[in-house]
Design a protein around this ligand. Structure first.
Ligand code: SAM
Ligand code: SF4
Length: 323
C-alpha cells in the first residue's frame, strides 16, 4: 500500500483543493478587499508542468480527490489542459468551484473528463443584489449558465454566503428553488479573512437558516457523508436539497481531510492556518517535496482557532486561498 497523509490526530488527508489563479472577473465584497489584492508576478506562479509535478507527488501520497478553485478557475486559459492532464494522471474525482460566468465554455470539456458535479457561487436571486455583492453586472449570464449546465446533465450545487441584513431574506426563495428544481443549495456561514470587514453581527448562522426554513417549509434531515462539511436537508417532496456549511458555529475540523494549495504554490493545511509550506520554491530548488508535505500535515492543528480568535488572525484574503 502507498503512503497516506495522516496528521497527528489520525485524520487522513486525501483531498487537495488547488487554486489555479489569483485573478477573478468578479469582486465579491466578502472575498476580496475593495482595492483588490496585489497579484503575484507571473514568474512566481506554477506553470502547468510544475503544477502537475506537484500534484503527482500528492497522488503518490494518497490524494485521490481534487477540486480546482481560485480566484476564478475558469479565468485561467489553461483550464482545459489542466483538466485533461489531471484526468490523464488517473484522477477520477475532479471537481470545480466557479462563479459560473464562463461555465458555458467548459461544459463539453467537463463531460470529457467525467466532471459531472460543479459548485456555482450565487448569493442572491435578485439581479440588483447580485451587482451589489459582486460589484459586477453578470447575473443574467450566471443564471443562464446554471440552466444550461442543468440542461446538459450537470449536477449543480449553489454556494450562497449569507450576510445579515443583506441576503438572509434569500433563504426562502432559494429553498423554493430547491423544491421545484433539482438544484442543491448550500448556505455558507460568512468567514473572516483579510480585508473582508467580518463582524459577528453580519453572521447568519446554521441555526438561523433552520429557523427561517421552518417558517416556510417542512424540512427533513438527510444523511451527511463522512467528510462532509455541510449539514444536508431537503424541503419535503423537493426535487433538490439544501445544506448549511457551518464553519463558524459548528466547525467540522474533526473529520477534515482537506489540504489546500494556493495559486502561488504554497500548501496550507487548514483554511484558517497562516503557516504555509512553499512547494513551488522547493520544487524549483530540487528539494524533497514529500518531506515538506509530511511536515505540514503533521503540524496541522486539531481545530481552527475558533470564533473568538479568528477575526484577529493574519491570513490571506479568501480570493488568494480559494475556499
Ligand atoms: N471564484 C470561484 C467562486 O466564487 O466560486 C472560486 C473561488 S471562491 C474564493 C470559493 C468559495 O469561497 C465561493 O463559494 C465563495 O462564496 C466562498 N467564499 C469567499 N469568501 C468567503 C467568506 N468570507 N466566507 C465564506 N465563504 C466565502
Ligand atoms: Fe471571485 Fe469567487 Fe471571490 Fe467572488 S468569491 S471574488 S467570484 S473568487
Amino acid at each position: 500500500m502507498g503512503e497516506i497523509l495522516k496528521d497527528s490526530f489520525g485524520r487522513v488527508h486525501n483531498y487537495l483543493r488547488i487554486s489555479i489563479t489569483e485573478r477573478c472577473n468578479l469582486r465579491c465584497t466578502y472575498c476580496m478587499p475593495e482595492e483588490g489584492i496585489p497579484l503575484t508576478p507571473e514568474e512566481r506562479l506554477p506553470s502547468v508542468d510544475e503544477l502537475m509535478e506537484i500534484v503527482s507527488v500528492f497522488k503518490e501520497m494518497g490524494v485521490d480527490k481534487i477540486r480546482l478553485t481560485g480566484g476564478e478557475p475558469m479565468a485561467r486559459k489553461e483550464l482545459p489542459e489542466i483538466l485533461d492532464r489531471l484526468y490523464g494522471m488517473g484522477f477520477r474525482d475532479l471537481n470545480i468551484t466557479t462563479n459560473g460566468v464562463f461555465l458555458d465554455r467548459f461544459i463539453d470539456k467537463f463531460k470529457e473528463v467525467g466532471l459531472t458535479s460543479i459548485n456555482v457561487s450565487l448569493d442572491t436571486l435578485d439581479p440588483e443584489k447580485f451587482e451589489a455583492v459582486t460589484r459586477r453586472n453578470r447575473f443574467d449570464k450566471v443564471m443562464a449558465n446554471i440552466q444550461k449546465g442543468m440542461d446538459e446533465g450537470l449536477r449543480i450545487k449553489i454556494n450562497t454566503v449569507l450576510l445579515k441584513d443583506f441576503n438572509e431574506d434569500e433563504i426562502q426563495p432559494m429553498l423554493e428553488w430547491s423544491k421545484t428544481t433539482p438544484i442543491h443549495v448550500r448556505f455558507i456561514e460568512f468567514m473572516p479573512f483579510n480585508g473582508n470587514n467580518w463582524d459577528t453581527k453580519k453572521l447568519v448562522t446554521y441555526q438561523d437558516v433552520l429557523d427561517e426554513a421552518r417558517k416556510y417549509f417542512n424540512i427533513e434531515k438527510l444523511k451527511d457523508g463522512k467528510h462532509s462539511t455541510s449539514k444536508s436537508f431537503r424541503v419535503v417532496g423537493g426535487k433538490g436539497t439544501f445544506a448549511v456549511i457551518s464553519s463558524m458555529t459548528e466547525p467540522f475540523c474533526s473529520t477534515c481531510n482537506r489540504l489546500r494549495m494556493t495559486a502561488d504554490g504554497k500548501l496550507k493545511n487548514c483554511l484558517f492556518s497562516n503557516q504555509e509550506a512553499d512547494l513551488l520554491t522547493a520544487l524549483r530548488k530540487g528539494h524533497n517535496l514529500k518531506e515538506l508535505i509530511r511536515l505540514s500535515v503533521r503540524s496541522k492543528k486539531e481545530a481552527h482557532a475558533g470564533m473568538d480568535n479568528l477575526p484577529d488572525m493574519e491570513n490571506r484574503s479568501m480570493i488568494a486561498i480559494g475556499g
